[in-house]
Design a protein around this ligand. Structure first.
Ligand code: NAG
Ligand code: NAG
Ligand code: NAG
Ligand code: NAG
Ligand code: NAG
Ligand code: NAG
Length: 328
């Protein structure tokens, strides 16, 4: 049995060169390529697809709501061009529902996304005071397991990134918003990301924003948001997070926090009578917003062992090495 498994991996390794191979289809609004819209390219992927397919997207603004349904796994969405050039952006301005408003919805497992912007243009870009009522307006709903985002931007005001469920890895991404703008029950590491708070430009004078609203609902659930080597900047005032569900977990590790973070750091929201069930922690953070001497008394202190578990990608999200096996 052991030998058979080993042989299988050797053969696979030989065929794929260690990393998954893929074929590529192209999206270009000019019509000179395979597809004019991102959705039509996704729709062309066969149901129950099991081979990686790259959808290569020419930089432009795509005004469409895009969905990757449950049966379209192994899609690699890739914005063309150098990371310093203008990225392809998917823009839509729906608001209200957490399931109906997202500009981008991904329900499938095994997805890689690179070099793309997701914008919910309802109340974004921010102007002084919200032009419309402050209600949910999601830029991306990430609902599948084993999804990785590299060099992507998520832009909105309230509920920008619905990191709903599944294991996710975000690297070199920008996430912008004012209220609960990274929320859900995802099991995620955000590494070297920029978190941009836009409270001063979006909300009423004196309002405090919240970066996270993590949604862990059970004592044994594996999800949490881990921010590793990130930078928090912006305008106005904000807390690092508040619990969307009873067992919420958020960890800021080795991250730079600007003076927009208010001294209490966190809020108990409607979990005030059982703050002991929450795990909100800061480890080795630095910058003017990182002074923890006036933090809420119930901020968690993590052991070295727990810290090593959460901040190590292998331990927390990649035991089965899906991150390192996605196509390059
Ligand atoms: C895809 O897989 C599902 C579940 O296994 C199955 O019900 C469905 O018929 C399949 N679809 C196609 C087009 O093969
Ligand atoms: C965070 O800020 C520092 C200092 O400005 C910079 O060197 C670093 O590259 C930034 N990191 C990210 C992830 O933006
Ligand atoms: C959580 O896990 C512990 C230890 O395995 C178990 O005793 C407990 O019943 C579980 N709780 C729930 C809500 O599943
Ligand atoms: C902490 O962040 C700094 C600056 O981004 C980086 O140079 C250093 O390697 C990080 N340390 C760890 C343990 O990740
Ligand atoms: C942190 O804040 C406390 C209370 O305001 C202050 O006494 C202390 O000097 C601050 N520490 C640093 C390193 O700035
Ligand atoms: C992360 O965890 C894995 C598995 O437990 C371990 O092999 C690796 O050395 C750890 N990496 C770091 C940087 O501690």
């Amino acid at each position: 049995m052991v030998k058979k498994v080993l042989l299988f991996f050797l053969v696979l390794g030989w065929v794929s060169g260690g990393r998954a191979q893929y074929w590529t289809i192209h999206v270009d609004q000019s019509g000179s390529s395979d597809f004019k819209t991102i959705q039509s390219a996704i729709d062309s992927v066969p149901s129950n697809n099991s081979n990686w397919v790259c959808i290569s997207i020419k930089p432009a603004i795509y005004m469409e709501q895009v969905t990757i349904s449950y049966d379209k796994q192994y899609i690699y969405l890739k914005g063309e061009g150098n990371i310093n050039e203008e990225k392809a952006s998917i823009v839509w301005g729906s608001s209200g529902g957490l399931r109906s408003s997202p500009t981008f919805t991904c329900l499938a497992d095994n997805i890689k996304v690179e070099n793309l912007n997701f914008v919910n243009s309802y109340n974004y870009p921010p102007i002084t005071k919200s032009s419309y009522p402050t209600i949910p307006a999601v830029a991306a709903r990430v609902n599948g397991d084993k999804m990785a985002f590299y060099n992507c931007g998520f832009y909105g005001m309230q509920d920008t990134l619905f990191d709903a469920m599944g294991r996710h890895y975000f690297k070199h991404c920008i996430i912008e918003g004012a209220i609960d703008f990274i929320f859900g029950a995802g099991q995620s590491i955000f590494e070297e990301c920029r978190i941009v708070v836009n409270v001063g430009k979006s909300l009423e004078e004196g309002d405090t924003g919240s970066i996270t609203a993590q949604g862990r609902s059970g004592a044994n659930d594996s999800n949490a948001f881990v921010f590793k080597n990130c930078n928090v900047t912006g305008n106005g005032k904000a807390i690092l997070g508040r619990p969307w569900r009873d067992y919420s977990r958020v960890i800021f590790f080795n991250s730079s926090l600007s003076d927009i973070i208010v001294p209490p750091g966190w809020d108990s929201w409607f979990c005030g009578n059982h703050v002991d069930q929450l795990t909100f922690a800061e480890i080795n953070c630095y910058g003017p917003g990182s002074n923890t001497s006036n933090r809420v008394a119930w901020e968690a202190q993590l052991s070295q062992e727990m810290t090593d578990y959460f901040v190590n990608i292998t331990n927390f999200i990649d035991v089965d090495q899906w991150v390192s096996n996605q196509p390059l």
